[in-house]
Design a protein around this ligand. Structure first.
Ligand code: CA
Length: 392
């Protein structure tokens, strides 16, 4: 068993001016980091992580899981200390998902919502669990996967490097076989490209470098709304003869991947829309009615629609809920937690707390950020409980 090809690519995407992602391609050690924070802070956080992977060698002789732990803790320390020393980058953070191939095993270290996948026999297996608000809500049964896909706060993560002096790192190890390909990526890939498309690209690309390029291209074709980063590495058998034996049937078995069930489910998801225009059409009077009566009915129908819309808007304007913003701060929103389309929501920020979602326990987050509609005072009171506990 040995390491085969490896490749990495990153791109700012089509919407954002800066690229806050970083990656490490230092075989047999690999990592992806997705930084966040105002101004250039996200870039600083993800780059500090990448440099810790390259520079920190004190743990090289430790077992793989302890080695990954030690490097990620070192990265966390660097970001945390820099954020405390430099007010320009205070509040910055980053995800990290790292992999180390040793013998027949891949050891993973993971914080945040960047992901690791293993591709084996034409199937994509997600190895990491997202540390994100929507993943929490899904695990507690409050959101279906479909609702999570369309959730306005799907990019809010609940664990990050740089926010505390110590970070909780998930580590795990999986076996590796000749023919396996491992993929590490930021959410800019997985929110823009479906599983079937990722598999199709890996299947068709002659080299992993081509596959990495194509995955980035697909994320940009799919909207390119976020920075996108992919790292790929393959596992090969020890003898060249074995490789060809393994490679040949794999191409055939991958060729059958035509079932697009997941893709269909994803493309069938449509945002909720108001049905008011159809309601007006359904009330179209019959042709034989006299003009005066038709105008009168039209006016009555229009009045009804206006009344309904007004009522809905009045209801929305009096509804508040507790959520979290892109930076992870707890926020009281006015309105209802739905997006009409991407980036346009039926809610606006009314109060931003200094408390971060990542400072709460999973249970606290699930209960505070459940998007229950309440009054403004009630929402503020619920947030105030945690503000009293948080260290300034
Ligand atoms: Ca991202």
């Amino acid at each position: 068993m040995r390491l085969g090809e490896s490749a990495g690519r990153t791109h700012p995407g089509k919407v954002r001016r800066r690229n806050e992602d970083s990656y490490v391609l230092d075989p047999p050690l690999f990592a992806v980091a997705d930084g966040m924070g105002g101004a250039q802070a996200g870039e600083v956080a993800s780059r500090l992580t990448a440099s810790a992977f390259r520079e920190f060698h004190e743990a090289d002789t430790l077992p793989p899981d302890e080695r990954i732990q030690a490097i990620i803790q070192e990265a966390n320390r660097r970001i945390y200390e820099r954020a405390r020393a430099d007010s320009d980058v205070s509040g910055m953070g980053t995800t990290v998902t790292a992999a180390l191939l040793t013998g027949g095993r891949v050891t993973l270290g993971h914080v945040g919502d960047s992901r690791a996948y293993r591709i084996r026999d034409g199937e994509l297996e997600q190895l990491t669990e997202d540390h994100s608000l929507v993943a929490d809500l899904m695990r507690s049964g409050r959101l279906t996967p479909e609702e999570a896909e369309a959730h306005p706060q799907r990019s809010v993560i609940t664990r990050a490097l740089g926010t505390d002096p110590h970070v909780d790192v998930d580590t795990m190890a999986v076996d590796a076989e000749p023919g396996d390909v491992f993929l590490l990526c930021s959410d800019g890939l997985t929110t823009m490209v479906g599983d079937e498309d990722i598999l199709g690209i890996l299947d068709a690309a002659p080299t992993l470098d081509d596959a990495a390029k194509e995955l980035v291209r697909a994320a940009n074709t799919g909207g390119g709304e976020d920075n996108v980063t992919v790292v790929l590495f393959g596992v090969e058998g020890d003898e060249a003869v074995d490789e060809t034996l393994v490679a040949a049937p794999l191409v055939e078995s991958n060729g059958q991947g035509d079932t697009n069930e997941l893709e269909d489910t994803l493309t069938n998801l449509q945002p909720v829309q108001t049905t008011a225009p159809q309601a007006v059409e359904a009330r179209k009077p019959r042709r034989k009615g006299r003009w005066g009566r038709r105008v009168l009915w039209a006016l009555v129908a229009l009045g009804l629609v206006a009344l309904l819309l007004g009522g809905a808007l009045f209801g929305i304007s009096r509804a508040y809920f507790v959520g979290a913003d892109e930076n992870g701060n707890i926020v009281v929103y006015q309105g209802v937690p739905f997006d009409i389309r991407d980036g346009v929501g039926l809610y606006r920020e009314r109060y931003v707390s200094r408390v971060q979602a990542s400072q709460l326990s999973p249970e606290e987050r699930a209960s505070l950020l459940n998007h229950e509609l309440v009054s403004y005072d009630r929402a503020r009171a619920r947030v105030a409980v945690y503000e009293a506990e948080a260290v300034p």
